[in-house]
Design a protein around this ligand. Structure first.
Ligand SMILES: Cc1ncc(COP(=O)(O)O)c(C=O)c1O
Length: 378
């Protein structure tokens, strides 16, 4: 088996996740998919939301499931009523998918998009934010950990001072849930989105959102699906929940949701029964291995770092390093500059190698990575 250092792409699923999914699929194949959904109704309609609520420290009724983090984000953001009077604050670390949506919303509504400045070392200038915030800032969007580098943004600190302002506070937690403690209550955000497949070790095709009451009260989803709405006459319909699930679509893969539930349980068993093991040591070993090499440069803004290390090497482009490491049994990935464009382009980076160990990796794995990388680069 390869040494898997690409959890920022997708983590390795534990056996319990694979069993939950294959068990569900087998039952669907033998006994019918709708019948299987009924059989698992407790988990699909209740248990998975309760487990996600424990993981995110959020009320279960404020949670919705989607088939990707981007779908979760767009479901909530496109439901907002924005106008040319509104200012949207984003950061240079905004994910490109979210940025495409902001760009489209600017085209449609005239909202102004402003980018929060960075301090010289790459941390967000939180003092600037605190001093510059005004009533016309309608939305503040911050990724907890970006896609292309390992900075951990101070989402709790930002949430504390935003609490006294009317703006909605959106946090993209795609790269942090499962590797860092994430508490919606401590962050104080109105939207928090993530994917099941990364540090939570769930299946592909799963995403989720905390959609808080303040955002829901201001949102007008363009559509409500049949799990939450009924036509009450030929020309009227009624939505029978005020909860976050009204942002979902009714149809979904029961096997994927069962897998997500198993991943959440697995995560809860690990984090509630042990002192959270930190990916920090492994991350520091990766950083040391990269720093030791001639011609490499860490892409390393900020003072707090997650288990996600990116670097460029002037001797070999990132796609080649990824492919050659794969041939030697080490999985890393390419962070495309265009996926975190405001930061990476400014740094002049088209591609970087992204190394993301998780708690299932060992120091020996990092030693293998270091040895093979050196053999390629030297
Ligand atoms: C920070 C960040 N946000 C959002 C996403 C989008 O997630 P998805 O591919 O599930 O839509 C990613 C994906 O890697 C990401 O790294």
């Amino acid at each position: 088996m390869p040494v898997h250092l690409n959890t920022a792409g997708a983590g390795l699923m534990p056996a319990a996740v694979v069993d939950a999914m294959t068990g569900c699929l087998r039952r669907e194949a033998q006994g019918g998919a709708y019948e299987t959904e009924l059989w698992h109704a407790d988990t699909l309609d209740k248990g998975v939301y309760e487990n996600l609520a424990r993981v995110l420290d959020a009320p279960a009724g404020d949670l919705a499931l989607f088939d990707s983090a981007t779908r979760a984000w767009t479901a909530a953001v496109t439901a907002l009523s924005l106008s040319a009077r509104d200012r949207i604050w984003i950061t240079p670390y905004e994910y490109a998918g979210n940025l495409i949506l902001w760009t489209e919303l600017r085209r449609r509504t005239g909202v102004r998009i402003e980018v929060v400045p960075l301090l010289p070392g790459g941390d967000l200038d939180v003092d600037w934010m605190r001093n510059s915030i005004r009533e016309d800032v309608a939305v503040v969007s911050v990724p907890h950990v970006p896609s292309g580098c390992g900075i951990v943004n101070p989402v709790e600190e930002i949430g504390r001072f935003l609490a006294s302002w009317p703006c909605l506070y959106l946090v993209d937690a795609c790269q942090s849930v499962g590797q860092l403690p994430v508490s919606v209550r401590d962050i104080g955000c109105d939207l928090l989105t993530g994917a099941g497949r990364k540090f939570l070790r769930g299946p592909r095709g799963t995403g989720f959102a905390y959609i808080g009451p303040r955002l829901r009260a201001r949102a007008r989803p363009p559509f409500h699906d049949l799990h939450v709405a009924d036509m009450t006459s030929d020309t009227t319909y009624e939505v029978h929940t005020d909860g976050a699930r009204r942002f979902e679509y009714a149809e979904r893969s029961a096997a994927a949701v069962m897998g997500l539930d198993a991943a959440l349980q697995h995560h809860l068993r690990r984090t509630e029964s042990t002192v959270e093991p930190s990916g920090g040591t492994l991350r520091d070993l990766v950083r040391a291995a990269v720093e030791d090499l001639p011609g490499t440069r860490l892409v390393d803004p900020g003072t707090r770092h997650a288990s996600l290390v990116t670097f460029v090497c002037d001797r070999a482009p990132a796609p080649r390093l990824r492919d050659e490491l794969a041939a030697r049994g080490v999985n890393v990935w390419v962070a495309q500059g265009s996926h975190t464009p405001l930061f990476m382009r400014r740094e002049g980076i088209d591609h970087a190698v992204r190394v993301a160990p998780h708690y299932y990796n060992t120091p020996e794995d990092i030693a293998v990575f270091a040895r093979e990388l050196r053999a390629i680069v030297d």
